[in-house]
Write a new protein. Structure first.
Length: 225
């Protein structure tokens, strides 16, 4: 049986995606080669600073949004959050991060790094953790290169994927998939060729139940329900 394909859309700067990483890790441990997770980005914070200033103007501005994010994070023991999140440092855009991460993903695709190292997923987590715990401005290219260096990644090879335009092509593919599947929320999981989706803060057991149902009733098989 072919593995169940899952499209996973997220934004690096989204606290819900930061929270949800532990659920993805558990899914991979539980189902191993029975699922195949394809990571894509949705630019919820593509214009981060302007968006938050406008949408939270009547609710305390950036400080109000910071308070909201901190209130969310307090409900989850497995993550930590800097007390000045979104106030002292407010990245301009997550799109810059997504481009850089796609360049790292291409290193895996082209076997320029050891596939078993899972550098793309490690880098994505490193970006999230750097922002949410250290207030690193991960939209800044210098910061991005710094994180890549800490992970031992080949900087020249990453630059080459960006300079060639190939990383931009991967990012554009994400934009097309976001339109095709009308994704507006981070994170979003899409199963069963787009017929099933889970948006936002969905518990692990709900995600697991959806996967087990697909394993029990593979797409394309007749079902009375």
């Amino acid at each position: 049986m072919e593995p169940i394909r899952i499209f996973y859309f997220s934004d690096v700067l989204c606290v819900w995606a930061y929270i949800a990483q532990i659920r993805l890790d558990e899914l991979k441990t539980t189902f191993e080669d029975k699922i195949a997770i394809a990571h894509h980005f949705v630019p919820v914070f593509g214009v981060a600073r302007e968006k938050l200033e406008n949408r939270w103007r009547e609710r305390g501005g950036l400080q109000g949004y910071s308070d909201h994010v901190q209130g969310v994070a307090k409900k989850f023991d497995h993550i930590s959050l800097h007390p000045d999140i979104w106030t002292k440092i407010t990245p301009f855009s997550s799109t810059s991060c997504h481009l850089f991460l796609h360049a790292i993903q291409l290193l895996e695709t082209k076997d320029l790094v050891e596939p078993t190292q899972q550098v793309f997923e490690k880098a994505t987590w490193a970006f999230r953790e750097a922002f949410f715990t250290q207030l690193a401005d991960v939209s800044d290219r210098k910061v991005q290169f710094g994180i890549a260096e800490e992970l031992g990644l080949p900087i020249a090879a990453i630059e080459a994927q960006i300079d060639s335009g190939e990383a931009y092509a991967k990012l554009s593919q994400d934009f097309e998939l976001v339109k095709e599947h009308t994704v507006t929320v981070s994170p979003t999981l899409i199963f069963n060729e787009g017929r099933q989706r889970l948006n936002g803060n969905v518990g692990y057991r709900v995600i697991e139940a959806n996967i087990r149902e697909l394993l029990h009733n593979p797409p394309g098989e007749q079902s009375w329900c």
